[in-house]
Write a protein that binds this ligand. Structure first.
Ligand code: CDP
Ligand code: CDP
Length: 228
């Protein structure tokens, strides 16, 4: 049980990271937010003027980039070349361009390599788009988390208002739709439900209810595992 791997995939704003973080806490597992890694590279590429269409340029930039996901008194943080970029990578500028960076094969191969390295002999909850299909194909538990576009946009809208950020519900809906479309239709590791993933539709579920559901799936899996 303490080295179990849990993969959570799904479209934008389905609640993956919120739920994954809580599940990891409950199980004392580490939590790996793979989206944050693509976001961090996107942020650095914009800052350094590397074209987001330039696969080789992005790969070379990534090779010269140290990325660490840590947990400190501020919570889960993303450290890029020793700088905490956790807030910078959540801006609309990064959000609306990250899917372009994430299309590139060479970028993905290196990201997947780094993600797999983080897992060795540890209990882990990892969320993203290709975790159950490519990063952790042998994960003991695979969840495909979905919710309607309207609900997902509402959730992000509410989150923005709470944080005091400007927010337009229709624009959010459009942006989420567009990102899902790019993520689902790219050639390399598109967003698809793994054959052995369990779909959880959270459209009318609260956070605690989703956490409870996933913990139930994990416990059932552990019980079956114990029985051999
Ligand atoms: O949290 P949100 O749903 O907004 O997105 P995220 O998980 O932070 O991921 C940002 C973007 O990174 C996604 O829209 C994908 O383009 C890309 N991504 C990916 O391609 N593969 C992953 N394993 C994780 C994220
Ligand atoms: O990681 P992902 O983009 O899939 O979603 P998230 O950032 O974890 O969740 C997006 C927003 O929806 C957050 O503000 C969560 O608090 C909220 N949420 C919710 O209202 N109900 C859920 N069942 C899950 C998340």
């Amino acid at each position: 049980m303490n080295t179990m791997t849990i993969a959570i995939d799904g479209p934008a704003a389905a609640g993956k990271s919120t739920v994954a973080k809580r599940v990891a806490e409950k199980l004392s597992f580490i939590y790996v937010d793979t989206g944050a890694m693509y976001r961090a590279l996107t942020w650095k590429a914009i800052k350094e003027g590397v074209s987001l269409e330039d696969e080789k340029g992005l790969k070379s930039l990534l090779n010269h980039t140290e990325l660490n996901l840590i947990k400190n008194e501020l919570g889960q943080r993303v450290i890029l070349d020793q700088q905490d970029v956790s807030d910078q990578i959540r801006t609309a500028e990064v959000t609306n361009q990250v899917s372009i960076v994430a299309k590139h094969k060479e970028v993905r191969e290196e990201m997947v390599r780094r993600q797999q390295e983080l897992v060795k002999d540890k209990g882990v909850v990892m969320d993203g788009r290709d975790i159950g299909t490519h990063v952790l194909p042998d994960a003991e538990v695979k969840i495909f988390m979905i919710a309607s576009v309207d609900e997902r946009a509402e959730r992000r809208h509410k989150e923005n208002i709470e944080k005091g950020f400007p927010s337009d519900l229709n624009q959010l809906k459009e942006e989420i739709r567009k990102r899902d479309e790019i993520d689902s239709n790219r050639e390399v590791s598109p967003l698809v439900k793994a054959e052995d993933a369990i779909e959880v539709d959270t459209t009318s579920m609260g956070i605690e209810e989703v956490v409870h559901t996933i913990l139930g799936i994990v416990k059932e899996k552990a019980r079956k595992g114990d029985q051999g």
